[in-house]
Design a protein around this ligand. Structure first.
Ligand code: GRF
Length: 233
């Protein structure tokens, strides 16, 4: 049975695009059937329209919770992916989608996360801290910002001459490789959130044995695919 995915995004939508590009040619059992945004002018909505995916501009304010719940129910959504979604998801939705809602974060949680940690602020904080490693994290969503059980992470180096932009670009590339593969595996039930809040079906850490993973190009996809495939077997 096909798993119906809703993507919530506030902005650019490059993670949405990576997810669509990954799922489409694979005849995967997962399909993005809805893209919703709190910003009616977001590029994510425009991209979805181009790809013939149903879209919705979310109502904010008093009707937010009820309208989002109705929307998800009407579209028979199985899995929610937060891809650059900046609004807090109402707790009733989080509760109903426990183990069925993922978020991608552009740093190695639990560091550099939490309320107010979004966009360039994250990379600025990483650079200011002197950390030599950052990366991408995909985690299940719970009631606290950036706090739910971590599913997979991919490290990238932080270089001495990095700016917020160069670091963000390097991390984003890892997000694009990691998120779709994790979504596909959660959608197919290969990765699960247990009652003990532990994630099954992943390696202890999805990371290379060498000092650093490839950071770009096809090598990066191959390395992440290989690491996740180890967990599949
Ligand atoms: C990504 O870095 C994501 O991790 C963060 O916001 C950014 C969204 O980028 N939560 P995009 O809209 O997917 O291009």
């Amino acid at each position: 049975m096909t798993s119906r995915i809703a993507v919530l995004a506030s902005g650019r939508g490059s993670n949405l695009e990576a997810l669509l590009d990954y799922l489409a040619p694979r005849a995967s059992n997962a399909m993005v059937t809805l893209v919703a945004s709190d910003k009616s002018g977001s590029s994510a909505l425009a991209l979805a329209q181009v790809r013939d995916i149903e879209t919705s501009s979310l109502e904010m304010g008093a009707r937010y919770e009820a309208s989002l719940s109705d929307l998800l129910e009407n579209h028979a959504v199985d899995l929610i992916v937060l891809a650059g979604y900046l609004k807090l998801v109402p707790s009733s939705v989080i509760h109903s989608f426990r183990g069925r809602m993922l978020n991608v974060h552009p740093a190695l949680l639990p560091a550099f996360g939490g309320e107010g940690m979004y966009g360039a602020r994250i990379h600025r904080a990483v650079l200011a801290s002197g950390a030599r490693v950052s990366g991408a994290t995909v985690h299940f969503v719970d009631e606290i910002y950036d706090h739910g059980a971590i599913i997979a992470q991919w490290p990238v180096p932080v270089y001495g001459d990095d700016t917020e932009t160069t670091l963000a670009t390097r991390v984003l590339r890892a997000e694009h490789a990691l998120l779709p593969r994790v979504v596909d595996r959660v959608a197919s039930g290969r990765i699960k959130l247990g009652v003990d809040n532990r994630v099954s079906g992943v390696m202890d850490i999805v990371a290379p044995r060498d000092a650093f993973a490839p950071v770009s190009g096809e090598d990066l996809d191959v390395a992440i695919e290989a690491a996740l495939a180890l967990a599949d077997s």
